[in-house]
Design a protein around this ligand. Structure first.
Ligand SMILES: [Zn+2]
Length: 197
């Protein structure tokens, strides 16, 4: 007679059921209807798979903040699977911690240039409202990118000698060590320098 496999012999993994909650599933179907075949709707995508951290050794804190989290849905290009939108459900009656997380997600997506839509948790979703939220998210990203481009070109001076772009540099010589300044992109060919106060 075959012995039953006891719990201690099994690996400690069990299937999560259901995979999506009722409200997540309802949003999944609503998103599928409104995006038709323009995007693929992917549920629960790890943030660590969508974004990467620059200078990971310096930014351990930022890595810890995001590596266990996921986006509720990611809308991807159906051919390349390039991410086009993140969609997050705003859980009602959420605690402070959850609200902090919503803010964190909004900042992360906007800063990385990917539109994020926050949708209030519901048993059914208004299609027209979802379309509007997607449009608003795109408008917000466009605005952020153009504001950033404007402020970048305002603050970076042109080389006073040759007129080319300048780059932020840090002095490595003992005198004024660590002091930031703008140097010509053609340096050392061009000696143009602009001091930063
Ligand atoms: Zn120059």
């Amino acid at each position: 007679m075959k012995e039953n496999i006891t719990d201690t012999q099994r690996l400690p993994y069990r299937l999560r059921e259901p995979f999506l909650t009722t409200t997540e599933l309802a949003l999944f179907h609503a998103l599928k209807i409104i995006v038709e075949d323009r995007f693929l709707v992917c549920p629960k995508v790890s943030l660590n798979d969508i974004f990467y951290i620059v200078r990971p050794n310096e930014n351990v804190h930022f890595f810890n903040k995001f590596f266990r989290k996921h986006a509720d849905f990611l809308l991807c290009d159906p051919q390349t699977l390039a991410p086009a939108f993140g969609v997050e459900i705003l859980r009602q009656n959420s605690k402070n911690e959850a609200r902090e997380n919503d803010k964190f997600m909004a900042g992360l997506f906007i800063d990385a240039g990917l539109p994020l839509v926050h949708v209030r948790s519901s048993e059914s979703y208004d299609h027209a409202e979802l379309v509007l939220l997607l449009q608003l998210a795109v408008a917000k990203i466009d605005e952020t990118i153009s504001t950033r481009a404007a402020s970048d070109s305002d603050s970076v001076p042109q080389c006073p000698i040759c007129g080319k772009m300048m780059v932020l540099r840090i002095k490595r010589t003992s005198r004024n060590f660590g002091k930031k300044y703008y140097g010509c992109m053609d340096s050392p060919g061009c000696a143009g320098v602009v001091a930063i106060d």
